[in-house]
Design a binder for this molecule. Structure first.
Ligand code: MG
Length: 181
């Protein structure tokens, strides 16, 4: 179960503090795309996220997209942001994370994975010992399977909260989860 536990939970990627990561020796960011940087149905990276990525780069962080999303879409965003991408990632498989590390020329302990899904982003990265940051999904509009996964995800997060492993506040923000028990 610990393999599903994120190291950090943030409401949005843009809430992540680079100084905290730098203190941990982290020099690279592996970023999920859909619902982490953009909503599923959006074709444009919001200014807030663009600025955040620019700031990360200016502070010396190396960045790579790692996405299970549609290859054309992932390539489009990678190109427009100007960062490399691992497409057809099939997270939580280990291989896409290794590929991203290879691209960035960094070791697992030198990067943080930022994503909105416990069973792909967090699980996959944790398997390599990568520092994991779970953020709340940008959109609540999701496909059938993802919606089902979200329920299990929520249950899992609640269990972590009960054990005192993560704070309740952030978890309750997820998809209006506060009212459900
Ligand atoms: Mg995602």
């Amino acid at each position: 179960m610990k393999v599903l536990l994120p190291n950090q939970i943030a409401n949005k990627a843009t809430d992540i503090e680079f100084s905290v990561l730098a203190e941990l020796g982290i020099r690279g960011l592996l970023l999920d795309l859909d619902n982490t940087l953009v909503k599923y149905d959006s074709d444009e990276l919001g200014l807030e996220f663009k600025t955040w990525i620019d700031t990360a780069r200016a502070q010396g962080f190396k960045i790579c997209l790692v996405s299970n999303g549609r290859p054309r879409r992932v390539r489009y965003f990678a190109k427009s942001i100007g960062i490399p991408a691992v497409i057809r990632a099939f997270k939580p498989k280990r291989s896409p994370f290794w590929r991203a590390l290879e691209i960035l020329d960094l070791m697992p302990h030198e990067v943080a994975m930022v994503g909105d899904q416990l069973f792909t982003d967090v699980l996959g990265a944790n398997r390599l010992g990568i520092y994991t940051i779970l953020i709340n999904p940008l959109s609540e509009k999701e496909f059938g399977t993802t919606r089902m996964v979200r329920k299990i995800e929520k249950r899992m997060l609640r269990r972590f909260v009960k054990k005192g492993l993560i704070g309740a506040e952030m978890v309750n923000k997820r998809n209006g989860g506060a009212e459900e028990h």
